[in-house]
Design a protein around this ligand. Structure first.
Ligand code: SAJ
Length: 424
């Protein structure tokens, strides 16, 4: 199959790198986004998100005229949809996935679809979303045929190919990772495989759309369950006075044991979200997956309780002081090490809670940002490493950034320490 022009709908953390990498293979790519600011930024050859190396790829692709952004879909031979799939606002506790963005993306491309086109859903989606997307397309274009009604003979090919790149390594992983390709029919899978082979060096493995949807949810649920195991161990070990870090190191010496690392909770927009797509579909059956979510979501409160305990201990050791005179420093705000992404960050949630409840000074040391997020503005102070150590009474280690790992142990002397990452 030949693809002259490829359109990517949604120019966020997945869509923009994908568009740029395809363009770097000398294919004409039209990126579409409802956000005019994003479109203008990209058309200047710049980027509106933070991802290592992405700026270089986008700049070159725009300069050489292979990548262009617009707010209105245009004709193309393949459409790749990479829009968010959040939860429905009203049913927050039920964590029901909201497919509104997929619906509006499919309705926006429907008018420009032509016989022979390929439509791929990349957004992480509940099982059945690709079939639903195809139904929306068919509703908008009764003059074309789709796989759900015409099977292999359909005018339009439809597939689900979930993204699985790690933030911070997107440009490399987009090319190197294997891809799961779930076509609604075998011809749909073959067409999608041909598209991904333009830029993917990993293997392209084909399956059904529903299995591909479930595979993505399974990958992130697997990680969530394993992190929950580590987080639960850390709480148990704290109670019975055992170092969880040493314990995990020892247990991992077993040839078939590989425990992940505890932390202040699970952040980001994938692992803390995707398992709920399984739970909301099969609430009776998905008991372990739900519990893992609850264990990980409960971890920030456990950390906050530990900080309060540390303040209590500090005041017992320094009876002449009041809580107002105790300075707490949060080391790290990002949702994981060595990135500046604060979205859905448990570290940020913990810092916000401490700022709201602690009567004394709260300092923040986050080497990857230059200004504090709005929720902390005017309530905490962003400091450099030296000030953080000289001014603080209580150290709260939240993110294992490389700058923190390099700190010599003697700087921690005489400080009360709550280390959620086992760095110190
Ligand atoms: N975390 C721990 N302990 C660990 C590992 C991670 O507490 O041992 C925490 C991190 O600090 C972070 C959260 O989990 O708060 C998630 O971080 P992550 O590095 O595990 O994953 P993400 O969210 O950056 O990216 C994941 C990846 N999925 C898997 O590794 C199975 C990525 O490949 C997916 O493409 C991405 O989700 C996504 O977009 O779905």
């Amino acid at each position: 199959m030949k693809f002259e022009t490829i359109s990517v709908i949604g120019l966020g953390y997945i869509g923009l790198p994908t568009a740029a990498v395809i363009a770097s293979r000398r294919k004409k790519v039209v990126g579409v986004d409802v956000n005019q600011h994003a479109v203008d930024t990209i058309n200047r050859g710049e980027i509106h998100i933070v991802e290592p190396e992405l700026d270089i790829v986008v700049r070159a692709a725009v300069k050489e005229d292979y990548l262009r952004a617009t707010t209105t879909p245009e004709t193309a031979d393949a459409f790749l949809i990479a829009v968010p799939t959040p939860f429905k606002a009203e049913g927050d506790n039920d964590h029901v996935p909201d497919l509104t963005y997929i619906k509006s993306a499919s309705q926006s491309i429907a008018p420009v679809l032509k016989k022979g086109d390929l439509v791929i859903l990349e957004s992480t989606s509940p099982v059945g979303a690709t079939e639903q997307m195809s139904a929306w397309l068919a509703e908008a274009r009764p003059d074309l045929t789709f796989p759900q009604s015409h099977g292999e003979e359909s005018d339009i090919r439809v597939a689900h190919c979930p993204e699985r790149v790690l933030p911070g390594h997107v440009v490399r992983e987009l090319v190197e990772n294997d891809r799961v390709i779930g076509g609604m029919t075998a011809k749909c899978s073959a067409a999608a495989t041909a598209l991904y082979q333009i830029f993917v060096e990993g293997e392209c493995i084909t399956t059904t759309a529903r299995t591909a949807e479930m595979a993505k949810l399974t990958e992130n649920s697997f990680r969530d369950v394993n992190i929950a195991f580590a987080n639960e161990l850390s709480i148990i070990c704290d109670k019975i006075d055992i170092s969880v870090w040493e314990l995990i190191r020892l247990a991992n010496r077993h040839p078939r044991v590989n425990i992940l690392q505890p932390g202040p909770g699970v952040g980001g927009h994938c692992i803390a979200v995707d398992p709920w797509f399984i739970v909301s579909e099969t609430p009776e059956e998905a008991r372990l997956i739900r519990t893992a979510r609850e264990v990980n979501d409960g971890k920030p409160q456990w950390v906050i309780d530990k900080v309060n305990e540390a303040v209590g201990k500090y005041l017992s050791a320094n009876p002449d002081k009041t809580a107002k005179e105790v300075t707490i420093t949060c080391f790290g705000l990002a949702f994981k090490p060595d990135i500046d992404d604060l979205r859905e960050s448990p570290a940020l949630r913990i810092a916000e809670d401490i700022v709201a409840s602690h009567p004394g000074t709260v300092l923040i040391m986050e080497p990857n940002i230059e200004i504090l997020p709005k929720s902390l503005e005017g309530k905490a102070k962003l400091v450099m490493l030296d000030e953080a150590f000289s001014e603080t009474d209580i150290i709260l280690m939240l993110v294992d950034h490389k700058e923190f790992k390099a700190v010599p142990k003697n700087r921690l002397e005489n400080k009360f320490l709550v280390d959620t990452r086992g760095v110190w």
